[in-house]
Design a protein around this ligand. Structure first.
Ligand SMILES: [Zn+2]
Length: 118
């Protein structure tokens, strides 16, 4: 949340990339390892290129699309297939547990407490 550390990716990508790397949203930035940071960065670069190309934010891996999982597509003004963003109280696509939400620094967090353990 400290914009002096990293700024600009936005709330959707932040929530989603933390999920994709199984990182608890309450973990402090200083506790992210260089290897994790590098992986997050290259993932973000790829996801954001895809977002521009398709003009929507899709963050689920191929094996977690509605077609691959046989589930209905997401219904949301933002469109796009995501793991946790604005999916509070819905089941996690990976573990089936309930997606949680909370406020942090005037933004909404969304995460799966099972897949993103502290
Ligand atoms: Zn989960």
């Amino acid at each position: 949340m400290d914009q002096k550390v990293i700024a600009g990716v936005g709330n959707v990508y932040r929530a989603e990339v933390l999920f994709r790397h199984r990182i608890d949203p309450y973990r402090a930035g200083k506790d992210i390892t260089p290897a994790q940071w590098k992986a997050i960065w290259s993932d973000l670069v790829e996801l954001m290129h895809e977002g521009v190309r398709h003009n929507r934010i899709d963050t689920v891996r191929p094996e977690h699309t509605p077609e691959a999982m046989g589930r209905p597509p997401r219904v949301d003004d933002h469109g796009g297939e995501v793991y946790v963003y604005r999916r509070a109280h819905q089941p996690c696509h990976i573990c089936g547990g309930e997606i949680r939400t909370a406020d942090l620094a005037a933004r909404n967090l969304f995460w799966c407490p099972t897949c993103q353990r502290p």
